[in-house]
Design a protein around this ligand. Structure first.
Ligand SMILES: Nc1ncnc2c1ncn2[C@@H]1O[C@H](COP(=O)(O)OP(=O)(O)OP(=O)(O)O)[C@@H](O)[C@H]1O
Ligand SMILES: [Mg+2]
Length: 348
């Protein structure tokens, strides 16, 4: 803001006429307009001004299911809006703690929701930048004595003003090794989570049971988390809904037989090892696309727009999951990158 020419400065007097509205996200000034005790505020204008509901509506449109998760995001948004209004009246209270823990199986939408959460927090003026920095243990913990603190601090610096998302956070703690360097990271995180709450939101993510164990051994961490949000596995109908959304965005569609086959494919995939919810849907559709292309080119002749959009039953049924009852999805050709790629857990 400092480098803006003076002619772009907002006229200060204008604010008193209409209902006060929240400053746009980029405005540096974070304090809400000061109100007299008997002033009234137009809530709808406040909500519109913050543009936060645009993000929430987009979230509703673009993400299938996840009702409890979406509800919690709405609650947090309301809390922050009310908090800002209260501060406008001089009703000071501590800023709400917003560190969170997202638990759930691979591919249930944790990273996607974290990105949206960061945006919501930015629009409501809670976070200055609202970007998401995703890390795992290896990004935070060093290999040698003296390496961990600078590594952790460097990551924290990158995440300031946004959300630090720590995937599989329980790997920071190794019960069997008291002198593990992960402990150093945990201690730095604890300090920052407490003292720099206004500058950074930390989201820990991972499997529920392991996270519970981690919190038992690290009560300090547990007490700093304000929201524990669990991401349930998707039902078959939700997986089908996710598939439809993905296809629609890419201008594909399933034929009737394609739909039936895809449902059956996903039902089989759900029972397989390393099933990864939304990500498995995405991968299965990518493979179907590959087969559709081969089918079209193989058949030759002339084709139209609809042929290029339509995925047929046979494009789905050629999956190895239809070959026998107990076919694993591990064949490299089948899911392009192997199981590690599908459930998204990096090893680097
Ligand atoms: N509810 C949903 N609606 C639409 N798409 C979804 C939904 N949930 C997940 N997806 C899609 O599935 C893929 C995986 O989602 P995401 O990366 O957010 O999962 P994750 O929980 O972070 O997984 P992991 O634990 O493996 O990191 C993404 O491509 C995402 O768009
Ligand atoms: Mg993720």
């Amino acid at each position: 803001m400092g480098d803006q020419p003076p002619s772009f400065q907002m006229p200060r007097g204008g604010a008193r006429q209409g209902p006060p509205s929240l400053p746009p996200p980029d405005e540096e000034e974070n304090a809400p307009p000061r109100l007299s005790e008997d002033a009234v505020v137009d809530l709808e204008a406040e909500v519109r001004g913050s543009q936060v509901f645009d993000v929430l509506e987009q979230l509703d449109r673009e993400l299938v299911g996840l009702v409890p998760v979406k509800t919690r995001i709405r609650e947090v948004a309301s809390l922050l809006l009310v908090d800002r209004l209260r501060r406008g009246y001089g009703l000071d209270s501590e800023r709400p703690t917003l560190h969170m823990c997202f638990t759930g199986s691979p591919g249930t939408g944790k990273t996607t929701i974290a990105m949206r959460m960061a945006e919501v927090l930015h629009r409501l003026g809670y976070l200055a930048k609202g970007h998401l920095v995703t890390v795992t243990r290896d990004d935070l913990v060093g290999q040698y004595i003296g390496h961990t603190a600078p590594k952790t601090r460097e990551v924290l610096k990158r995440a300031m003003g946004g959300v630090l998302f720590i995937d599989e956070a329980y790997y920071l703690y190794r019960q069997e090794n008291e002198r593990d360097y992960g402990q150093e990271t945990i201690e730095i995180l604890l300090q920052v989570m407490e003292n720099q709450r206004d500058d950074i939101v930390v989201i820990l993510a991972g499997y529920k049971e392991r996270m519970d164990t981690f919190f038992q051994s690290n009560p300090g961490m547990s007490s700093r988390i304000a929201h524990h949000i669990d991401f349930p596995d998707y039902t078959i109908d939700e997986l089908m809904g996710i598939g439809e959304l993905i296809l629609e965005r890419q201008h594909y569609r399933l034929s009737d037989e394609g739909t039936t086959s895809f449902r059956e494919l996903m039902e089989r995939r759900m029972r397989q090892p390393r099933f990864a919810n939304g990500r498995s849907v995405r991968n299965a559709l990518e493979r179907a696309r590959l087969r559709q292309a081969s089918r079209l080119i193989g058949a030759g002749g002339s084709i139209g727009r609809d042929d290029l959009m339509r995925i047929e039953g046979e494009d789905i049924r050629k999956s190895r999951l239809f070959d026998g009852d107990d076919v694993s999805d591990e064949e490299p050709g089948e899911d392009g990158g192997g199981p590690a790629a599908e459930n998204g857990h990096r090893s680097s």
